[in-house]
Design a protein around this ligand. Sequence first.
Ligand SMILES: [Zn+2]
Length: 354
Amino acid sequence: MHLEALSNAFGVSSVEGDVRKIILEAAQPYADSWRVDTMGNLFVTRRSRASQTNSPPLTVMVAAHMDEVGFMISKITTNGLLKFKPVGGFDRRVLLGKTVVVGPNKVPGVIGVKPVHLLRGDESKKVDSIDSMTIDIGGSSSQVSVGDFATFTTKFSHLGGQARPRNDRGLVKGKAFDDRAGCAVLLELLKEDYPLDLVAVFTVQEEIGLRGAKVASYAVNPDLAFVLECTAADDLPPLEEDAPPGFPRLGDGPAITVMDRSILTDRRLVDLLIDTAEAEGLPHQFKRPGIGGTDAGVVHLSRSGVPSTVVSLPARYIHAPAAILDLADFWRVVKLMQATLQRLPEKSWLNSGN
Ligand SMILES: [Zn+2]
């Protein structure tokens, strides 16, 4: 499992190179071919190993995005502080006082915050706009430039105080699980044989508008597509015992999307996922309909349309310095996707209408 290395890697939208290098090294032993396009999307193909039948194998695209949310340095002030713009969606409350690294040299810094001792009036009740925040790198501004990217420094670790942490269960914390968790699942999928041509696409620039997936899906021209994501768990504090069922919770298995702001997912694929989960005895849940968006939003509209759906790993506190996910859920997403790809019928199934 490559989640730790992928989570620790630096890869804000458009500078995914470090992440791509880790993925390519891990994927190459299982790849029949691979290539990187002009935007930086990585395509890894594993061809069908099924004995020849009359109908050609399906081409199935499974995508996960390599980029993470972060910041771009927009100005260096005369006293060496760095102004920045968000790259991707942030709640500004999570930023103050956090440690970051800046630019290709990974210069360490802190997003400044006024200590409680110095607050006046009702300052403690307000959160400044991102435009008024600065990154303090201790005055070593010769090592950074306007246009450099920055992200959080959180290191991956196992929670729960186990003496010997295991990779198959337990909670872990790290940054960028959205969507390095999806990338790590996709790497596991590449290790198996399927009766179809699997094109694993590790996309760029999802967090700023699904940009890599747009050109990638055109290039692959798949018969159908799955997008692997990391979605916000809905069991954030306060952890209500009686929270309504059907909202993604840690430990309740893969979250299947039926609708978000970018797609109404293909019902045949959703039914196949549900049937497969039931046949395999895997718990599953549904993402709360109508919120968020993923690469599937552009993949399903590619060319003359691509039947698509989304399978997500729930994680707490995404788009913030440290998220938490359950490794049991990670392996359930792997199993569900492996079993689903094994069960995909022949091409004629797609002509049956939706
Ligand atoms: Zn994502």
